[in-house]
Design a protein around this ligand. Structure first.
Ligand code: UFG
Length: 343
């Protein structure tokens, strides 16, 4: 018998696995599609949330979205109601060095996915987009209606998909919610899942690795920006608050609402130096910081206005405070200093 399910691509990754946890807590049936190149099988197994029978179920299909036959089979052998699409490469620096790798994975895979959805009659998709679609912001906080002008191929590939989604809606009636994330951070409160990228490039896990003695120091990329302390300012959002936004987006599509774009951040900016200080406070450990050159492509300030999703979908972040976000990340990294390979 077919069970109606939500298909989550990249569900073994960082934000994907937290969204899968959110979905099964909401008693959803989930099928994860992941090639496990960057994702972790353990990130899904640990989503079984203590074997609680009141939660939904998750199954993993290992395969690549560039494999059209694999996709066709995934859609024909399961009754897919909606798709949440995370699978993508995410490293800005690598995308500048190797743009075609990013177009190939991030754009072509999504076109295959949309084709499979169209062929199977699936008409709902929640898409994982990014603040990188804006490039250098016109205004702070950034509104969804502000100009999009990416400064790197990663942002370009996400914007290209956003545009394809608009035309797929127009022609085939595939409705979408595009979520433009600011800086995803923190870990699940259960302590079972968290951030494990290879290589790690994100600020909070790198500062925590320094607190753990796995790194000598944290490099501050630029201290001469036009910001209060000269270091870059970002809007950090807890990964479980992001995950909940995906569930709310899915529900809005189920209610038959129109396609939408929403920013997701907490609307408050923290500088690199402030983040390092919060990690020092939370961990109680000394952390050596050194000034380093600017990282190419980094805008000085990125802070979101998330008023639209708060108003329209009643999104309310539960862990907006940076100390809370860092505390959840600290719990995860302290207990899994080598990420999922510890378990
Ligand atoms: N930073 C350092 N030292 C480090 C690492 C980062 O100073 O060792 C700084 C960066 O220069 C930046 C800030 O810390 O100013 C945050 O950097 P992250 O790499 O953690 O996050 P980004 O803001 O660069 O990137 C995030 C997402 C990307 C997305 C981007 C959108 O991780 O996927 O937001 O702007 F594209």
């Amino acid at each position: 018998m077919f069970i109606v399910a939500v298909l989550v691509t990249g569900g073994a990754g960082y934000i994907g696995s937290h969204t899968v946890a959110e979905l099964i807590e909401k008693n959803e049936e989930v099928i994860v599609v992941d090639n496990l190149e960057k994702g972790h099988r353990e990130a899904i197994i640990s989503n079984k949330l203590n074997g609680d029978s009141n939660v939904g179920n998750v199954n993993l299909l290992v395969g690549d979205l560039r494999d059209k036959d694999f996709l066709k089979e995934a859609f024909s052998k399961n009754d897919i109601e909606a798709v949440i699409h995370f699978a993508a490469y995410i490293e800005v620096g690598e995308s500048v060095a190797n743009p075609l790798k990013y177009y190939n994975n991030n754009v072509i895979s999504t076109l295959n996915l949309l084709t499979a959805m169209k062929d199977a009659g699936v008409n709902k998709i929640v898409f994982s987009s990014t603040a990188a679609t804006y490039g250098e912001p016109e205004n702070i906080p950034i509104l969804e209606t502000d100009k999009t002008f990416p400064t790197n191929p990663y942002g370009e590939t996400k914007l290209a998909v956003e545009k394809a989604l608009r035309w797929a809606d127009n022609a085939y009636g595939i409705k979408h919610v595009i979520l433009r994330y600011f800086n995803a951070s923190g870990a699940h409160v259960s302590g079972c899942i968290g951030e494990d990228h290879s290589p790690e490039t994100h600020l909070i896990p790198l500062v925590i690795q320094t607190a753990l003695g796995k790194r000598e120091s944290i490099k501050i990329f630029g201290n001469d920006y036009n910001t209060p302390d000269g270091t870059c300012v970002r809007d950090y959002i807890h990964v479980s608050d992001l995950a909940n936004a995906h569930y709310l987006a899915l529900q809005s599509l189920r209610r038959g609402e129109e396609s939408k774009i929403y920013n997701l951040g907490n609307g408050k900016g923290f500088s690199v130096k402030e983040v390092i200080d919060v990690v020092r406070k939370v961990t109680g450990r000394p952390i050596k910081a050194e000034n380093a050159p600017r990282r190419p492509g980094d805008p000085a300030i990125l802070v979101a206005s998330s008023e639209k999703i708060r108003k329209e979908l009643n999104w309310k972040p539960q862990m907006a405070d940076l100390e809370t976000i860092v505390s959840t990340a600290w719990e995860w990294h302290k207990n899994h200093p080598n990420g999922y390979s510890d378990k």
